[in-house]
Write a protein that binds this ligand. Structure first.
Ligand code: NA7
Length: 287
């Protein structure tokens, strides 16, 4: 089976490498073409356009920034829609809203293509380690055919039904994560300002029912204000924004998420958009 991959950012880099490692024949494209070089070195074929990747592949995977990027990749000249034809599969793994996903799916299926949304839970390290959690919605035959590729990229894949369910599940999961991170950073800052040791706080948290890998991994980075970039803050804020819009649609109050979103917006304004989402700490500490 010939696979294609579009979008070689933080996530796409790990995922495409894992497909190559698993022995798949892979054609790659990235808007900034220079990012394809390491993949060509590792055995991939580089294409000039997204349409060329789709033409060369049975199934094409994509993971780009946000709804605007997913739309641009699909609908622009020489985009995915130009390359799609009867039976070909397209799997968009970006975190986007259900409306965008449906719009892309409908356009592709109208030309005989098959569409699956499959956003992933997990950031840079799980992408590199092949331990992502894949949340799929859409064409079941495509899901079944993509299973071996999902196994190379993730530790768990769920088929959640129609297009929109995968997108919405991902927004719910990330909304919880964003609210958790904002609450965690508030606690770290409060402890520090109240004269407590944040190392002691991390010990206490890790010993009890709130123990979790995110606090364990991000805690020391927040202490050192050395955030790195596993999951860009601008993408987290985009997910909070999209989750709040989903809450509006179904009349679900999201007070905690909306409040956390304000901290992420402030962090963007402070210049932390391209830092890790734990850099929301900067906005919280200066409030
Ligand atoms: P990154 O590292 O910011 O990478 C974003 C990728 O999206 C990168 O390949 C970009 O290409 C590509 N991109 C952005 N805008 C466009 C447009 N308009 N057209 C085509 N390609 C585009 O993000 P992550 O890998 O961390 O995250 C990807 C997704 O997973 C995102 O939805 C997260 O929320 C979860 P570039 O290299 O800039 O040319």
């Amino acid at each position: 089976m010939k696979l294609g991959f579009l979008g070689l950012g933080i996530m796409g880099t790990g995922m495409a490498h894992n497909l190559l490692k698993a022995g798949f024949s892979l054609t790659v494209y990235n808007r900034t073409a220079s990012k394809c070089a390491p993949f060509v070195e590792a055995g991939a074929t580089q294409a000039d356009t997204a349409a060329d990747v789709v033409r060369a592949s049975d199934i094409t995977f994509a993971i780009v920034s946000d709804p605007e990027a997913s739309r641009a990749l699909c609908f622009s000249e020489n985009g995915v829609l130009d390359g799609i034809s009867e039976g070909k599969g397209y799997v968009d793994m970006s975190t986007i809203n259900a409306e965008t996903s449906k719009e892309i799916g409908e356009a592709l299926t109208a030309k005989g293509g098959r569409y699956l949304e499959a956003p992933v839970s997990g950031s840079k390290k799980p992408a590199a380690d092949g331990t992502l959690i894949i949340l799929a919605g859409g064409d079941k035959s495509l899901y079944d055919e993509a299973e071996k590729a999902f196994e190379a990229m993730g530790k768990k894949a769920l088929y959640l039904g129609e297009v929109g369910n995968g997108a919405n599940m991902k927004l719910v999961v990330n909304m919880i994560m964003g609210a958790m991170m904002a609450g965690f950073c508030e606690g770290m800052s409060l402890a520090e300002k109240a004269g407590l040791s944040t190392t002691d706080l991390l010990d206490v948290l890790d010993a009890g029912a709130m123990s979790n890998p995110m606090f364990r991994i991000k805690g020391p980075l927040i202490q050192q204000e050395s955030f790195g970039v596993a999951f860009p803050l601008k993408h987290m804020q985009k997910d909070m924004r999209l989750a709040i819009a989903l809450g509006d649609q179904v009349a679900q109050p999201l007070s905690t998420c909306a409040s956390a979103n304000e901290s992420f917006k402030k962090a963007r304004a402070l210049g932390a958009a391209d830092e890790d989402f734990s850099a929301v700490s900067k906005a919280i500490k200066t409030s």
